[in-house]
Design a protein around this ligand. Structure first.
Ligand code: OOB
Length: 551
């Protein structure tokens, strides 16, 4: 596939020999579960819909046949953008069954992001919910289509489709499998991309991450083992289903591979999460640290029966040890940390690790086939044991390159295929890594990653702005929020509201990327080589916030 970088042959051979790659496609592995666990409940949504394994299997095959009928061909890209509703799961599985490649967008994305993914991937289809939380996704689809003639097919759920668009709900009602043989669905090559994930943590504009059937199947099967999932697992997912953590770490597919049940919720508030934990006797809760803090500090926590909870799986941003120690005494369950990346690397705590390791480190590689180094990013030489350096990773579930991004790949990967994560870590004496910071220019807003450069480009388009720097400021709830430093053009004025109105209405970017503070300067501090000194700006805003809190 053009724009996709495969693992070198000798590595592929080794990964097969070691049994990591089993040459099954994602639909094949899922189908085994649909047959094996037939009448068990596979999925319950916070909107109250429930599906058995059999039903999920049958409905996703039905929709796949309809997609094929509409002209979706093997390897076509489909941008999947839905909130946490059952249709996101069914459409994801159906896209794979049709041999097409879903691009896992977030429902928070807007025209800027969706248009960019559609253009970069030359997507043929877009799957959306008609409108959700007051936003009209069909309007957005029309604008994206106007600029992307490849985007022929818009598939719509939860509402009446506009003219020329197709109703997913109607297709799910129409038993096409009685007319078209499901065996006519294609079988993709397991060495080729199955899914395109979005990069969270990279420097620069967002990238698309090709995950192959072989690498992604291994990813979720291995994660399901590490998290000790089984048929009795009830897993609550209230982060976006399209996120790698929710999809495959072990996520939806890990739970389904073991016969468990996923509770999919579109409400990430601590109250809603605790209600669902009690109602469905949730055993495994997937949460970014902000959600854990929310549950721990919720004033009515004692009103909920959380006794079913065995483990909270957490990652996406750093869990402070002070929070980690409160989890067992206050929530009555274990915490299992993961340092994960959509690019593939996964460092997991194991459930039988000593307390010190569980609470103070972010884990070790999921696989014996994973290699990692902690290096001085300027020289590429490994740092002394226990010292902080950049984490570089290579292995059977770590990509060798972003999709259609040759220039960036030359910077983000070493010549021998290590992915330069941009995360600063140190090796704990137990062999686990501890995250100490990062060198990549992005903001981690409660686990949601935002690229500085992407938003800076939008801010620079504002007529009042001469120059800008978008930097992280510390936040007690989300860990970080974004602050925009700007230099204004002569005689111009700008308020945060005016800037954000511009970003939302003119540039049409996702709301979670909006700066939450605006600072106007006459000049920026510069580094020795004349670049904007972002570290100095980050220190400046952190200092200002610290002082305001004390005042
Ligand atoms: C997960 O994936 P992404 O791609 O959204 O973000 C990756 C970045 C990492 O490079 C790191 O900077 C940060 O998120 N991160 C953590 C962390 N887990 C991820 N930082 C500190 N502590 C952790 N435990 O965020 C992701 C993917 C799969 C599973 C879980 C999270």
């Amino acid at each position: 596939m053009e724009g996709f970088i495969a693992w070198p042959r000798e590595f592929a051979q080794e990964y097969r020999k070691a049994g990591y790659w089993i040459d099954k496609t994602i639909p094949e592995v899922m189908e085994e579960s649909f047959v094996k666990f037939g009448s068990r409940t596979a999925l319950i949504t916070s909107q109250g819909t429930e599906y058995t394994y059999e039903e999920l299997g049958a409905l996703s095959t039905r929709l796949a046949l309809h997609l094929k009928n509409l002209g979706l061909s093997p390897s076509d890209r489909l941008v999947l953008q839905m909130p946490n509703i059952a249709e996101v799961v069914i459409s994801y599985l159906a896209t794979l069954k049709a041999g097409a490649i879903p691009i896992m967008a977030l429902s928070a994305h807007r025209e800027a992001e969706i248009g960019y993914f559609a253009e970069l991937s030359e997507a043929r289809a877009l799957g959306i919910a008609a409108d959700w939380r007051g936003f009209d996704y069909q309007d957005m689809a029309a604008s994206v289509q106007a600029k992307n003639p490849n985007l022929k097919m818009v598939l719509v759920t939860k509402g009446t489709p506009n003219e020329g668009y197709h109703s997913i709900d109607a297709m799910l009602q129409d038993p096409i499998e009685q007319r078209v043989d499901p065996k006519s669905l294609p079988r993709p090559d397991p060495d080729l991309p199955a899914v395109l994930l979005l990069s969270g943590g990279t420097t620069g504009i967002p990238k698309l991450i090709p995950r192959t059937h072989n690498d992604y199947v291994y990813n979720f099967l291995r994660n399901a083992e590490i998290c000790e999932l089984d048929e009795n697992t009830v897993s609550l997912i209230a982060i976006p289903q399209e996120h790698n953590f929710a999809l495959a770490c072990p996520g939806l597919m890990g739970v389904l591979s073991k016969g468990g049940c996923e509770i999919l919720s579109d409400n990430p508030s601590p109250q809603a999460m605790m209600e669902l934990i009690e109602r469905y006797k949730v055993t495994h809760c997937v949460a970014v640290p902000t959600m854990i803090v929310g549950m721990l500090n919720h004033s009515q926590r004692s009103m909920f029966n959380l006794s079913s909870l065995k483990t909270i799986l957490t990652g996406g941003s750093k869990l402070n040890p002070e929070i980690a120690v409160r989890i067992r005494p206050e929530l009555g369950c274990e915490v299992q940390q993961v340092l994960g990346m959509a690019e593939g690397p996964l460092y997991w705590i194991r459930l039988n690790d000593p307390e010190e390791v569980k609470l103070h480190t972010q884990g070790r590689p999921q696989s014996a086939g994973d290699e990692f180094k902690i290096v001085d990013p300027t020289t590429g030489k490994e740092v002394d044991a226990g010292k902080v350096g950049e984490l570089w990773c290579r292995g059977p579930h770590t990509i060798r390159g972003y999709y259609r991004a040759p220039d960036h790949n030359a910077r983000a990967f070493t010549d021998n295929g290590f992915y330069k994560s941009g995360d600063l870590v140190r090796l704990h004496h137990s062999g686990n890594v501890v995250v100490e910071g990062r060198i990549k220019d992005c903001i981690n807003r409660g686990g949601e990653k935002i690229s500085d450069e992407e938003v800076e480009n939008h801010i620079l388009a504002h007529p009042a702005v001469a120059n800008c720097a978008y930097v992280a400021m510390p936040d007690p709830v989300l860990g970080e929020r974004a602050c925009a430093y700007v230099i204004l053009r002569t005689k111009m004025e700008l308020t945060l509201k005016a800037l954000n109105d511009f970003l939302l209405n003119e540039r049409r970017i996702a709301k979670f990327k909006l700066p939450e503070r605006l600072e106007v300067l006459d000049a920026f501090p510069l580094t020795a080589v004349g670049k904007i000194n972002k570290n100095a700006l980050r220190d400046k805003i952190a200092g200002a916030i610290g002082q305001e809190r004390c005042a």
